[in-house]
Design a protein around this ligand. Structure first.
Ligand SMILES: [Zn+2]
Length: 176
């Protein structure tokens, strides 16, 4: 897929009024974002454009699932996402993201590429805690390993790590 073709909004060619667009985001889309934490998923994007003389109001609706790594066990899991984002597209001298919801595009620009906006909003739709909903779905081997490693740290914490012995000695010298 060439992001440049499928996700270009022919903004100048639209008549004053409402216009609806539909996009289906899949792994081909995410391939355009090499270092993306999301590489797989299926997200339906409905875009409503309310075009006025000097500005347009873009309402994006996102619904679908993406696959991301679980913060607890690092296995991939399916995360549902749902979000609505409204942005104001205004005409000006040069491209500028005036604020979170106001974007200025040059007035001679007839098209507007929305692929990076769609990507950005999908990432923003992800929850802060990205974990398997049910801990039982987590990779139990990893969970057990992490638990045993955590217990070991507790057990060992009383002993002084030989690497820090010199630090301890220094501290003692300071006190004396
Ligand atoms: Zn997990």
């Amino acid at each position: 897929m060439k992001a440049g073709n499928d996700y270009i909004l022919p903004i100048a060619g639209l008549s004053i009024g409402y216009h609806d667009f539909e996009y289906e985001i899949d792994e081909k889309f995410f391939e355009n974002f090499e270092f993306s934490e999301v590489q797989k998923g299926c997200v339906k994007v409905n875009l409503n454009v309310e075009k006025h003389e000097r500005e347009s109001i873009l309402t994006f609706n996102f619904a679908g699932n993406v696959f991301i790594a679980c913060d607890r066990c690092n296995d991939e899991y399916e995360q549902p996402i749902e979000n609505e984002v409204v942005i104001y597209l205004k005409y000006g001298h040069e491209y500028e993201e005036e604020s979170d919801d106001v974007i200025v595009i040059p007035s001679e620009e007839g098209e507007f590429d929305i692929s990076s906006l769609i990507y950005e909003y999908i990432i923003l739709s992800l929850p802060i805690h990205r974990v398997h909903q049910d801990i039982n779905d987590c990779n139990q081997e990893v969970i057990e390993y992490l638990e045993s490693a955590a217990n070991q740290v507790v057990e060992e914490s009383d002993e002084i790590d030989p690497r820090w012995k010199c630090l301890e000695e220094l501290k003692e010298k300071d006190i004396n």
